[in-house]
Design a protein around this ligand. Structure first.
Ligand SMILES: Nc1ncnc2c1ncn2[C@@H]1O[C@H](COP(=O)(O)OP(=O)(O)O)[C@@H](O)[C@H]1O
Ligand SMILES: [Mg+2]
Length: 359
């Protein structure tokens, strides 16, 4: 059965649209999100020349049937949204149906995909947004998207890309973030000469931190024990709907010990419902948590995972989906601040205790 549909114009118009392809890492981000949304357990990313020559994302997710594979390249074609109402409660990483047509229009793209229910897969080729070929193909279930020669047809854009190593750095940091947010899945990132990330599935976030950053980083961090609070505390209306009664905000992650000092915010990663976001409110909450612990001019390293009901957060705010808006910002802010603060205080008292007895 078809999964993908084209969004009605009214829904499409309510979507915070924009050009999603800025650089190789933005292509990787969109393809990774699609693989995650498709339920992939293993995601392999192969890049050449910092992603300028080739980006290939291979997943073992649910794949696409032949008709969907073609539809996916129409603007606003998505399997993830149906009506405007769905916009209020988005549970997938993608929802706009824009990424594939945008990427296809600025590269040479090859899609190879098979839905488990079909005996044969489909191979579709685009160049500069034009359909070059569609063929049946014997393929394993899942999807492989190869994006070659990014911006080859727009030299002015290609010129603005940075060196191969800089672009590769952006890709590596992106893959690292998504690997952190999904410890139960395997991520591999490689170039023709180097394996940059290879982390098999693990059970705990701390195992994933260890895989990606090593023992020393783990030692520098304090684990934030999962703490939850009901949104009910933030809702002042007298009568609550039943789902508001039970809705929880949960915070987990890691925060660096007071002696760790970073010169900038690059060590701070915030995920909301497993989506990497940039959010000033949360940054402020982190800053507050470290007040009187860290000097003003330095920053901690923090890995923060917030989980909340999908209708508590609007992700349809920014074209690249990196900014969000909370329905109860003050509550989220204060709870994040307090969770980090508590974990730091506890770690500090244990540390001074150990120090005391070792003398
Ligand atoms: N790796 C994949 N596996 C399965 N289906 C995919 C994959 N990539 C894309 N699709 C399908 O193509 C559609 C369009 O993808 P995209 O343009 O990224 O839009 P969106 O993710 O916003 O829906 C998706 O809704 C999904 O149904
Ligand atoms: Mg997508």
């Amino acid at each position: 059965m078809n999964r993908i549909r084209i969004l009605p114009e009214a829904v499409a118009n309510r979507i915070a649209a924009g050009e999603v392809v800025e650089r190789p890492a933005s292509v990787v981000k969109e393809l990774l999100e699609n693989a995650l949304d498709a339920g992939a357990k293993t995601i392999r990313i192969e890049v050449e020349s910092g992603g300028k020559r080739m980006i290939r994302v291979i997943d073992d997710g649910h794949g696409m049937i032949h008709d969907d594979a073609l539809l996916a390249f129409e603007r606003h074609a998505t399997s993830k949204l149906r009506t405007s109402d769905d916009l209020v409660s988005i549970s997938t990483l993608g929802f706009r149906g824009e990424a594939l047509p945008s990427i296809a229009s600025v590269s040479r793209l090859l899609l190879e995909t098979r839905d488990e229910s079909e005996p044969e897969g489909t191979r579709i080729e685009f160049a500069g947004g034009k359909l070059v070929g569609v063929k049946p193909a014997g393929l394993p279930p899942g999807t492989t998207l190869s994006v070659a020669d990014l911006f080859y047809c727009i030299p002015a854009r290609r010129k603005f890309l940075k060196s191969d190593s800089t672009e590769l750095g952006h890709i590596a940091s992106l893959v690292t973030h998504y690997a952190l947010a999904n410890p139960a899945r395997q991520f591999v990132l490689k170039t023709p000469t180097q394996v940059i990330v290879d982390c098999p599935p693990v059970e705990k976030l701390s195992d994933r931190v260890y895989q990606l950053f090593g023992r020393q980083s783990l030692d520098e961090l304090v684990e934030l024990p999962a703490s939850s609070a009901p949104f009910r505390a933030a809702i002042t209306e007298p009568s609550l709907e039943s789902d508001e009664e039970t809705a929880l905000l949960t915070v987990t992650g890691f925060a660096s010990r007071p002696e760790v000092q970073r010169p900038n915010r690059n060590g701070i990663y915030v995920f909301v419902n497993r989506r990497l976001v940039r959010d000033r409110l949360i940054l402020h909450a982190i800053h507050e948590a470290y007040r009187n612990i860290l000097p003003h001019s330095v920053f901690p390293a923090v890995l923060l995972f917030l989980e909340m009901p999908y209708d508590e957060v609007d992700v349809n705010v920014h074209p690249a989906k990196v900014e969000v808006r909370f329905r109860h910002p003050q509550f989220v802010h204060d709870f994040v601040r307090d969770s980090i603060r508590q974990a730091l205080t506890k770690a500090r008292s244990i540390a001074s205790f150990t120090f005391a007895i070792s003398w």
